[in-house]
Design a protein around this ligand. Structure first.
Ligand code: SF4
Ligand code: SF3
Length: 548
């Protein structure tokens, strides 16, 4: 195996025997096979789309295949094998659609090669062996590390964007134009000798796709559950039976809330589900009582201590401990071998039963709350107040401190940074990195809280909207606003957000805790020159550099 798609990659260069995340060699090779097949499907789907033909099953397969291979989603080789077998059938279907479209248009279909015709072995061991031949290492040898790294940059952003599109699709929102870009980008990634300039252009095009994917998901979330409203969320436990819901999927949470109504079970959010408390369509359930724990990397201790059932709706799952193996459940694309998977019927009764069988919390802890729900609608609703505060000098600067959390000790940078942000500055935050500081006391400026939690990683869209509106109000560009972005990355959705920001021309982004292994020094030079992308230094140095 070789994988360098996340920030915790071994030695900062690549996992080669087993993933730091827990992904073993077999799972890694099968993920490479699935990605290769998705490219093959996309080669046909892209050409069919150019002739005006598409098929929902084909589009959905590509999205799900990409999301499946995101870090900490699917660790189950059996499910990956099933997805690969399905992929072969879907590729045949995509090919037929393309050929029919050609016949209709009176032209000869192109004879395709590479992933379009690649044949997986029937035997699973042989298939794993084939996966090794598809390794990034092989491409690095053929194309060089710069080119292979840029290809991966594009692929990883597509994986993250696929996660957002998948969540939107689950809520019934889709846009064929976005599928077409996924297919075209994957098709581009099958080219034998792509030029660096073309790769960079595609990276920005995928950045554009990422903005559109986040916009689509925002419309799906807010269209289904209403716009997030500033809401205090309890972070201490309530006496009684309990289910903890982790991941990113709002509809799964809704289903669990409905299926636990009147059963004497309290529902808690975990990690990236925290923002759910702010949606009118979810906060209306009185048994959605609070948020438990912190970011994903602490889950093994936290789940161990949680006296109820746990449901993982997407990333980031970690190897379950024996102590809670029987009371953790997966659903959707997330999977761990041997863990009960709730299927597409979304019948969560196994989790309900496990919650009822577990002891639950024995007593109420003293109530403590934090404030969430500052999506674009809530922030822009007080835009006049914000603009006035900037003009009067009451607010000197905005910092967007957001992104993924992780295990590295260097991530304490973000806690320290947030702590040291001067009192006349406001912090916007999103994604799970905020658990490093969201329980600190920040106070407010003229009634505006100094810490505004905008939501999940995909809610970077809210930050983009707010920045755009402020730039318009001040008659300047986003880069001229008193706004600095200090981002933390771990998995591929953060790559998606980064390319979205670069596509929008945002400069001077500070990125940490370390730079991606797939960005080679040569590519970094280009990003520094074009976008002034900067690695984080110390909080003190960065604050001085930003504020003077
Ligand atoms: Fe390693 Fe990250 Fe890949 Fe897991 S996802 S194998 S930790 S690079
Ligand atoms: Fe976190 Fe996994 Fe990226 Fe949604 S939950 S931001 S790491």
């Amino acid at each position: 195996m070789f994988c360098y798609q996340c920030e915790e990659t071994a030695k900062g260069t690549g996992c080669e025997k087993v993933g730091v995340c827990g992904k073993d060699g077999t799972t890694a090779e099968l993920q490479d096979v699935l990605t290769h097949l998705a490219k093959g499907v996309a080669m046909y789907a892209h050409r069919a789309a150019e002739l005006g033909e598409r098929e929902g099953r084909v589009d959905a397969f590509v999205i799900e295949a990409l999301f499946t291979t995101v870090t900490n989603v699917d660790f189950d080789p059996e499910r990956l094998l099933a997805a690969i077998r399905r992929g072969v059938a879907i590729r045949d279907e995509a090919k037929s659609i393309y050929e029919r479209a050609c016949a209709k248009a009176g032209r000869q279909p192109e004879i395709l090669s590479g992933p379009a015709v690649w044949q997986p072995e029937a035997d699973s061991d042989a298939l794993v062996f084939q996966g090794q031949e598809l390794s990034i290492r092989v491409r690095q040898g053929l194309l060089g590390e710069d080119i292979a790294g840029l290809q991966e940059l594009i692929l990883y952003a597509l994986k993250g964007a696929a996660a957002y599109v998948d969540h939107a699709m689950i809520l019934g929102k889709e846009d064929p134009r976005l599928f077409a870009v996924f297919h075209a980008a994957l098709d581009f990634l099958t080219q034998d000798s792509p030029a660096v300039d073309d790769l960079l252009a595609w990276a920005l095009k995928v950045g554009e796709l990422s903005v559109q994917a986040m916009e689509l998901l925002d419309a799906a979330n807010t269209g289904t559950y209403g716009h997030p409203e500033p809401t205090p969320v309890r972070i201490t436990s309530v006496k009684g039976k309990a289910i903890l819901v982790s991941g990113h999927d709002l509809k799964d949470l809704e289903a669990i809330l409905k299926q636990t109504e009147g059963k004497g079970i309290n529902v808690y959010t975990h990690g990236e589900m925290l923002p759910c408390h702010a949606y009118p369509g979810l906060k209306k359930f009185p048994h959605l009582v609070g948020n438990y724990g912190g970011a994903w990397q602490d889950q093994r201790q936290e789940f161990d201590a949680f006296p109820g059932a746990i449901v993982m709706t997407t990333n980031c799952i970690q190897k379950p401990k024996e102590s809670y193996h029987d009371r953790i459940f997966t659903t959707g694309l997330v999977a761990w071998p041997g863990v009960t998977h709730i299927g597409a019927d979304k019948d969560f009764s196994p989790a309900v039963e496990a919650a009822l069988a577990a002891p639950g919390f024995e007593e109420d802890e003293p109530e403590k709350t934090i404030l969430v729900g500052f999506g674009h609608q809530a922030v822009l609703g007080v835009a006049d107040k914000v603009i006035e505060a900037v003009k009067s000098g009451a607010i000197r600067h905005f910092f967007l401190v957001g992104g993924c959390d992780g295990r590295k000790s260097g991530r304490s940078y973000y806690t320290e940074f947030a702590r040291q942000v001067p009192q006349d500055c406001v912090i916007l935050t999103l994604a799970c990195g905020k658990f490093r500081f969201n329980k600190l006391e920040f106070g407010s400026i003229g009634g505006i809280p100094r810490l505004l939690d905008m939501g999940q990683c995909n809610d970077a869209y809210s930050a983009i909207k707010v920045a755009g509106a402020l730039a318009e109000a001040f008659g300047c560009g986003v880069n001229d606003l008193p706004l600095s972005l200090v981002l933390s990355w771990y998995e591929q959705k953060a790559v998606t957000v980064l390319l979205a920001l670069l596509h929008l021309g945002v400069r001077n982004i500070r990125l940490g805790p370390s730079l991606p292994a797939f960005i080679t020094p040569k590519v970094l030079d280009v990003l520094v020159e074009k976008f002034a992308l900067k690695p984080i230094q110390t909080p003190e140095e960065d604050l001085v550099a930003i504020l003077g």
